[in-house]
Design a protein around this ligand. Structure first.
Ligand SMILES: *Cc1c(COP(=O)(O)O)cnc(C)c1O
Length: 377
């Protein structure tokens, strides 16, 4: 019997710890040189012109919606099969999330249903690359172009994922990332927004810190050296130098992390090949997932029972995600009549198996053996 095997976890080594303690001995604990260095590391990696690091992935989504000008009366189309933050960010700005159904193979937004959900009030689309599998971005961009919509990709699962040879993060108006411990790399809590648009970049910078600037180029007037101006209503969404030092160190290992995740996925795929009680994850052609999650569908069995039996064996299986509109808050606020058939069907069957860079082959073999056993019982 193994100790508890979670579905995901961070991978921290002595270099990470050294990087953090070095900052603790330095002059800056927050908003020092490490923030820009981390932003540069990530923006260079994904091939985006600008990046703004913030306190978490949810703040990144909020900032992106703000920069896109989302406000009361605006509709933003997203997937129901994601973490609540992908839609909450629209509510923060007074806008209305609209849920389009998913594609039953990729589990991502179905562009055909996105098209059906467009109204005169639609302002933006938030595609989410679930599990790291890139969305059908060409189709989404085509729709966005036709209806003049902003595209904000939620790339929380997809740092290092590739779409037609390009990294997620340089394809749309803005892309957000999360550095929560289960995500591809971690800063404890942390997030980032990537963009190629300078005007959006400047709005994101202001939003991160109260809407305040000291930049003479954008201030209304100048005065003494103490002088600064608040130009819009922002928040304190800053990230610390302590966190960014960890992020810089983690970025150096991202490609290795992804390589290990891909090897583990191949081992799962091989182990479940030919098992007609399991549908393995499908990969869209011309994409490469960074494999944040390994999501299987449980067929001919009660998923809840399988989930509980695996948890009893110490395996931290999980379900990603409960369709957002089913949450009591959304049900109470106008979404009681919403039903996305493909998302509901998948939700009944889906199960995330453990997947993270430090998962050993022995632990993975134990997971596979337990899954096979509970499906036989
Ligand atoms: C984790 C996650 C977020 C939010 O990121 P936090 O850093 O936890 O705030 C948003 N969207 C998706 C899809 C996520 O998985």
């Amino acid at each position: 019997m193994y100790k508890y095997i979670p579905y995901g976890r961070q991978c921290i080594d002595e270099y990470d710890i050294q990087a953090v303690t070095d900052v603790l001995r330095s002059d800056y604990l927050t908003t020092g040189p490490k923030v820009e260095e981390f932003e540069r590391k990530v923006s260079e990696y994904i091939g985006a012109s600008y990046a703004v690091a913030v306190s978490n992935g949810t703040a990144a989504l909020h900032a992106a919606c703000f920069a896109a000008g989302i406000g009361p009366g605006d509709e933003v189309i997203t997937t129901p099969l994601t973490f609540a933050a992908s839609a909450n960010c629209v509510l923060y700005c007074g806008g209305t999330p609209v849920f389009a159904d998913i594609d039953p193979y990729t589990y991502n937004l179905d562009p055909k249903d996105v098209q059906k959900k467009i109204t005169s009030r639609t302002k933006a689309i938030i595609p989410v690359h679930l599990s790291g599998q890139p969305c059908d971005m060409d189709s989404i961009h085509q729709i966005a172009k036709e209806y003049h919509l902003t595209v904000i990709e939620d790339g929380a699962h997809a740092l290092g994922s590739e779409y037609k040879g390009r990294k997620i993060g340089c394809l749309s108006d803005m892309t957000t990332f999360s550095f929560h411990p289960v995500k591809p790399v971690t800063t404890g809590e942390g997030g980032m927004i990537a963009t190629d648009n300078k005007a959006l970049y400047q709005r994101l910078l202001l939003f991160r810190s109260h809407g305040i600037t000291r930049d003479p180029a954008i201030m209304k007037r100048t005065d003494g050296a103490w002088y600064y101006e608040q130009l819009l209503l922002g928040y304190n969404y800053r990230i610390t130098d302590i966190q960014c030092a960890l992020g810089i160190s983690q970025m150096g290992k991202l490609d290795r992390f992804i390589k290990v995740r891909r090897e583990l996925v191949q081992r799962y795929d091989k182990a479940f090949d030919g098992c007609d009680n399991i549908i393995r994850p499908y990969q869209m052609p011309e994409t490469r997932s960074a494999w944040h999650l390994y999501i299987i569908q449980i067929m001919h069995h009660d998923r809840k029972e399988i989930f509980e039996r695996l948890r009893d064996k110490g395996i931290g299986v999980n379900v990603h995600y409960i369709p957002i509109y089913k949450h009591p808050y959304y049900q109470k606020h106008g979404y009681a009549g919403i039903y996305c058939e493909n998302a509901e069907k998948l939700y009944q069957r889906m199960l995330s198996l453990p997947l993270y860079p430090s998962l050993s082959y022995e632990e993975q073999d134990y997971v596979v053996q337990c899954v096979e056993n509970v499906l036989k019982e």
